[in-house]
Design a protein around this ligand. Structure first.
Ligand SMILES: O=P(O)(O)OC[C@H]1O[C@](O)(COP(=O)(O)O)[C@@H](O)[C@@H]1O
Ligand SMILES: [Mg+2]
Ligand SMILES: [Mg+2]
Length: 337
């Protein structure tokens, strides 16, 4: 169709007129989109090309890696490191930040990514995704780990790609949230979901109920009230969904509202949460806020957290604004008691 807008056209249009825009950001996003098209192709071929199953290795966080965790990490690095737009990268799958090879110029951005989110779902053919976050950095200087430890509010861009029935890219550059669907016939992401907004109220929650006995009182209270339905204090029935792919749960909430909780729990009291601050919570928090929702740890706004460690974990609560405010209120009441 003549009126279709591609991802590249959309970014160029957004960048036009911005002071100091040199085109490198557009090229960077194009490289990320290209990497995600390659990943989409691999995920889609699945067993036909032998990419499913475990790799038999562990990542830096002690999690067993799937073959696709490693393949997708390598695709991202290869698509990005030569381009001259980046000062460095950090991946959920690798211990330390990834340096740009010496022969290539160093650019003004840092990219942080979870190359394959929801990878426990890959062998059962459910939706998985790639999450990315872009920060500015000092140009021409080799970044230190400290350069990556920046508050989520400093992100210049965040996005994720869903490898589901359609492959979709969801993006914010701080000016709302837009969704693009990959048209496999022409190999382009096309703008299909303009200015995505999360409804303020909801009747749907997402939490891994198997951890219920380990939750803290505010989360127990919130979920109990939802489960009590029409007869309880909320006076209405709630539905529950848990896909165990953050990308898919975020996309559902962007589309029809809802709230997602992966709170601190007492299974391993030393572990701050399940999700990673830099590769998962921060990019999603930026997207959720830009779509009119809210994102919190339960006690602090996610985008205000000063990271302490590149692989730091964090409690994550996000979604429809009023619902998140209610849960934060329960945390406040519980700390006052
Ligand atoms: O199996 P659990 O504990 O419900 O965890 C599910 C969560 O873990 C994650 O899969 C973590 O992502 P990775 O697959 O990148 O490790 C989230 O996407 C998801 O919300
Ligand atoms: Mg993940
Ligand atoms: Mg992952």
């Amino acid at each position: 169709m003549d009126d279709q807008i591609t991802l590249t056209q959309f970014i160029i249009e957004q960048q036009r007129g911005l002071p100091g825009a040199s085109g490198t950001f557009t090229l960077l996003l194009n490289n990320i989109a290209t990497a995600c098209k390659q990943i989409s192709h691999r995920v889609n071929r699945g067993a036909l090309i032998g990419v499913l199953g475990s790799a038999g290795t562990e990542n830096v966080q002690g999690e067993v890696q799937k073959k696709l965790d490693i393949i997708t990490h390598e695709i991202m690095v290869k698509a990005l490191d030569w381009s001259g737009h980046l000062g460095g990268m950090a991946s959920e799958e690798i211990d330390a930040p990834i340096k740009i090879p010496k022969q290539y110029p160093k650019g003004k951005y840092l990219v942080l990514f979870d190359p394959l989110d929801g990878s426990s779902n890959i062998d059962i053919n459910l939706t998985v995704g790639t999450i990315f976050s872009v920060l500015r950095c000092r140009e021409g200087v080799e970044p230190e780990t400290e350069d990556f430890l920046r508050r989520g509010s400093e992100q210049v861009c965040a996005g994720f790609v869903l490898y589901g029935p359609s492959t979709m890219l969801v993006l914010t550059t701080g000016n709302g949230v837009n969704g693009f669907t990959l048209d496999p016939d022409i190999g382009e992401f096309i703008l299909t979901h303009h200015n995505m907004r999360i409804p303020e109220e909801t009747s749907e929650f997402a939490i891994n109920m198997s951890n219920q006995r380990f939750w803290e009182p505010p989360v127990k209270r919130y979920v109990e009230e939802c489960l009590a339905g029409e007869d309880g204090p909320r006076g209405k029935n709630f539905n529950m969904r848990w896909i165990a792919s953050l990308v898919a749960d975020v996309y559902r909430i962007l589309t029809r509202g809802g709230v997602y909780l992966y709170p601190y729990d007492l299974r391993d009291p030393n572990r701050a949460g399940r999700l990673r601050l830099l590769y998962e919570a921060n990019p999603m928090a930026f997207i959720i806020e830009q779509a009119g929702g809210a994102c919190s740890t339960g006690t602090e706004r996610m985008l205000d957290i000063k990271p302490q460690d590149i692989h730091q974990r964090i409690p994550l609560i996000f979604g429809s604004k009023k619902e998140v405010e209610r849960i934060v209120g329960y945390y406040q009441q519980s700390s006052n008691d």
